[in-house]
Design a protein around this ligand. Structure first.
Ligand code: PGA
Length: 250
């Protein structure tokens, strides 16, 4: 059985006091949640403070990016080991905003995924097509390529460490979401492609999330699809009560 994962991606929002306030609220609101794994991904500056608040609770801590080297003269970068050092459990890798604004390629994503897993971090690798690609009927091809390249040469021993998030770019922050059925179809394809790389067993056990304008009002539609194992939530994760409603979707 795949335990659903609902992850809040706070992006470049929240100062340290704001982040601490938000996670304290979540900790109280979601204290009795057992059937869903919950993670929050604050900006780097707030990771440690948020980690202190959730210590001893079921909430998990995620980062939004990393660099693949362990250490070195890479001004401005953060290594996987620096993240595990402060108790980070997961790292989002290859988010479409990083691909679009910071020119991350599939090859970069692949190096980051490998380095993160080697350091013992859980990975949430993001894939998804743009509006133009969707209109041109290229969704399956684009996503298949991102999955194939992103996971290339990967050896995964623990399925719970590898998560893929299908996030159609046109649905991110736009209020326009994919339908549950559309998302489930792409996600089923992602699982088939992943099986060819990491093996049937790991692919059957790993979680594949949907992301893109997930809100309290539409989470049920996604979670009703057996193929969809949770959600990566941006905007709606910045408010404690809306994120808590999403986590308590049933
Ligand atoms: P959104 O963002 O929920 O605000 O659409 C999702 C994401 O970027 O992970």
């Amino acid at each position: 059985m795949r335990k659903p994962l609902i992850m809040g991606n706070w992006k470049m929002y929240k100062t340290v006091p704001e982040a601490v306030r938000l996670v304290k609220q979540l900790k109280v609101m979601l204290a009795d949640t057992v059937d869903v794994e919950i993670a929050v991904c604050p900006p780097f500056t707030a990771l440690q403070a948020v980690g202190e608040v959730i210590k001893g609770s079921a909430l998990k801590l995620g980062a939004q990016n990393l660099f693949w080297e362990k250490e070195g003269a890479y001004t401005g970068e953060i290594s996987p080991e620096m993240l595990t050092d402060i108790g980070v459990d997961y790292c989002i890798i290859g988010h479409s905003e990083r691909r679009a604004y910071f020119h991350e390629t599939d090859a970069d994503v692949n190096r980051k995924v490998k380095a993160a897993l080697a350091a013992g971090l859980g990975v949430v690798m993001c894939v998804g097509e743009t509006l133009e690609q969707r209109r041109a009927g290229l969704t399956q091809r684009v996503v298949e390529e991102q999955v194939t390249n992103g996971l290339a040469g990967l050896e995964v021993s623990q399925a719970d460490k590898l998560v893929i998030a299908y996030e159609p770019v046109w649905a991110i922050g736009t209020g326009e979401n994919a339908t549950g059925q559309d998302a489930a179809e792409v996600i089923a394809m992602i699982r088939r492609v992943a099986a060819g790389i990491v093996g049937e067993e790991i692919a059957a056990e790993m979680r594949i999330l949907y992301g893109g304008s997930v809100k309290p009002g539409n989470i049920k539609e996604f979670m009703a699809q057996p193929e969809i194992d949770g959600a990566l939530v941006g905007g709606a994760s910045l408010d404690a009560s809306s994120f808590a409603q999403i986590v308590r979707y049933n």
